[in-house]
Ligand binder design. Structure first.
Ligand SMILES: [Ca+2]
Ligand SMILES: [Ca+2]
Ligand SMILES: [Ca+2]
Ligand SMILES: [Ca+2]
Length: 559
């Protein structure tokens, strides 16, 4: 549904959405989502208006009819399925990662130990012909840091140098100057920042869209003699998403403390995202169209960009004007005085699932263990056609709600002048190439046969002992089964009694016999390769019977 995203309110996210992100530059041009750009309609307006809360900013093909909007939606189809077909079925729909805090080194963090190069150092070594430094400074700031960094920067490659010096002014924490004039040089001041740098600065504004728009690599890859772990590649994926083109909804709140006043507009940057606009966009993007969506989940000045993974509406019921006024904290009245177009009010409770950060990991992380939830409580305003025309948060959500929503359009680039997007894409492509065998196959074959009993869950088994293999192995399983109705059968491969993979599950209908080869990647085979493999065949329906004739296992060592 690419057309849904076309041509609406495009904005560069990188420098605007600072957040576990970037410092805020004064005097930048006015872009959507920026508080300074917001045009208030004044008064107690809570219709969308034509300002920052108009859902049409995100798409002009949205369904606004409440009765037709799904009550539940989950991100199940990867946004990258067409751009990375080789990853479909292998990579998860999104991935958790660290936001690579700049104060700890950002993408130039040796997260796999002091002697293993950082992601950006490896990039320099592989693609900029710059092998870089053997040793890494022992500290980021504080006494002695400047001298160590002066030495380091003489041998560092160009991408590493830029990332350590220029990105978010990272070099200021060890340059020997008191950059924020607070009397403390290259160390923590009273505000907890180091010469202006806060601990929450990093690249979550790049992680959130990258985790939705690109597949998480499932194995390490080698390019030009340099080995990149999964975590290295993910850091570089974030690096190339630093400048992300996006469409945005809602004004950005710059207040440290929100003092909610029910008499002001529900579209004030600290009172929005208008819940009516949120309801329309989340249900359309996740419930109907499976489009990528990112939220700033902190209503106040902090910006925490998180990928939205799903939602569920746990309450949706018509409410009287009197009770609605009570819910939003307005003066007692049986008149709803906020939006003259509202003909009917609905009370809603929505739970939003979002993706939270993980640590830096060399191996795949996925997303299942990093889902968190927020609950929102609000009144929706409906017009005479049952369409959502606005909304207002109830008091339990008025200071704690989504600040703004945005969606990446698919256009992105690295801010680092020595990082080329096509090189990072090469690493991702390599991570999903079929395993390249590095030696001859080692073949193990079954002896004897095993008859498949009719409609009995224990089924038939044929064992193959596998010994003497070392390292990662891909596997081709060739089976020969005689049977008079193969749709009755489930066929799976076990090792030492534990399932490795289901090869076939009641497919094939009335066809006779199975003579097939199934390939398993080294990841599917797993780390423990030796053991007793079992082909288990279960006949799940009455009448037809058969025999397992042979099982052949052909292992190939891979990189
Ligand atoms: Ca400094
Ligand atoms: Ca200072
Ligand atoms: Ca915020
Ligand atoms: Ca806002």
């Amino acid at each position: 549904m690419k057309s849904l995203l076309a041509g609406l309110g495009l904005a560069l996210v990188g420098s605007q959405l600072v957040a576990c992100a970037e410092s805020q530059d004064a005097g930048e041009e006015c872009l959507p989502g920026d508080i300074d750009c917001y045009e208030s309609s004044g008064g107690k307006e809570d219709a969308f208006g034509s300002g920052a809360n108009d859902p049409a900013r995100m798409s002009q093909q949205l369904n606004y009819r409440l009765a037709e909007l799904p009550k539940k939606g989950t991100r199940t189809k990867p946004a990258w399925k067409d751009s990375h077909p080789a990853a479909v079925g292998k990579a998860p729909v999104a991935w958790a990662d660290t936001y690579w805090p700049t104060i700890e080194g950002g993408h130039n963090t040796r997260f796999q130990g002091k002697t293993e190069k950082s992601p950006i150092e490896k990039y320099d070594a592989a693609f900029n012909n710059a092998p870089g430094c053997e040793t890494f400074p022992s500290k980021m700031y504080g006494e002695g840091a400047k001298a160590e960094w002066d030495t380091y920067l003489k041998c560092a490659g160009p991408a590493t140098k830029w990332q350590s010096e220029t990105f978010q002014s990272a070099g200021q924490i060890h340059d020997g100057k008191d950059n924020d004039n607070d009397g403390v040089t290259d160390d923590q001041g009273e505000d907890g920042n180091v010469d202006g740098m806060a601990t929450w600065w990093g690249t979550c504004h790049a992680w959130a869209p990258a985790s939705l728009m690109l597949p998480e690599p499932q194995k390490s890859v080698t390019a030009n003699g340099v080995t990149f772990s999964v975590g290295d590649i993910k850091a570089l994926m974030q690096n190339m998403f630093d400048r992300t083109s996006a469409i945005m909804l809602g004004g950005r709140c710059n207040a440290k403390e929100i003092k909610h006043d029910p008499t002001i507009s529900a579209n004030d940057p600290c009172s929005d995202l208008n819940p009516g606009a949120m309801h329309v966009v989340i249900t359309n993007f996740l419930g109907i169209n499976n489009l990528p969506l990112v939220e700033d989940r902190t209503a106040n000045f902090e910006v925490w960009n998180q990928a939205v993974m799903g939602y569920e509406i746990t309450k949706q019921a018509t409410i009287s004007n009197t009770k609605a006024n009570q819910c939003v904290g307005a003066a007692a009245s049986n008149k709803w005085s906020y939006n003259k177009d509202a003909k009917k009010l609905t009370e809603v409770r929505m739970t939003v699932q979002y993706l939270t950060e993980s640590g830096a990991e060399a191996t795949p992380v996925g997303f299942e263990n990093n889902i968190r939830t927020d609950d929102y409580h609000y009144i929706l305003e409906l017009n005479g056609d049952g369409k959502i025309v606005g909304g207002r948060y109830c008091t339990d959500s008025s200071n704690d709600h989504v600040d703004f929503l945005w969606a990446p359009t698919g256009t992105f680039s690295a801010s680092n002048p020595s990082v080329t997007t096509s090189k990072v894409k090469e690493l991702i492509a390599k991570a999903f190439q079929a395993d390249a065998p590095t030696g001859p196959e080692k073949v193990f074959t079954s002896t004897g046969t095993s008859s498949i009993p009719d409609n009995i869950a224990t089924g038939a088994s044929l064992d193959v002992a596998v010994t003497g293999l070392t390292g990662k192995q891909s596997l081709a399983v060739t089976v020969d089964i005689t049977h008079t109705f193969v749709g009755d059968l489930t066929v799976e491969l076990l090792r030492d009694g534990q399932r490795v993979k289901v090869l076939r599950q009641n497919t094939g209908g009335s066809a006779k016999n199975i003579a097939e080869t199934y390939t398993l990647s080294a990841n599917e085979v797993g780390g423990t390769v030796n053991g007793t493999y079992t082909l288990k065949v279960v006949d799940n329906a009455a009448q037809d019977v058969g025999t397992i004739n042979t099982v052949k296992l052909a292992f190939s060592a891979v990189q």
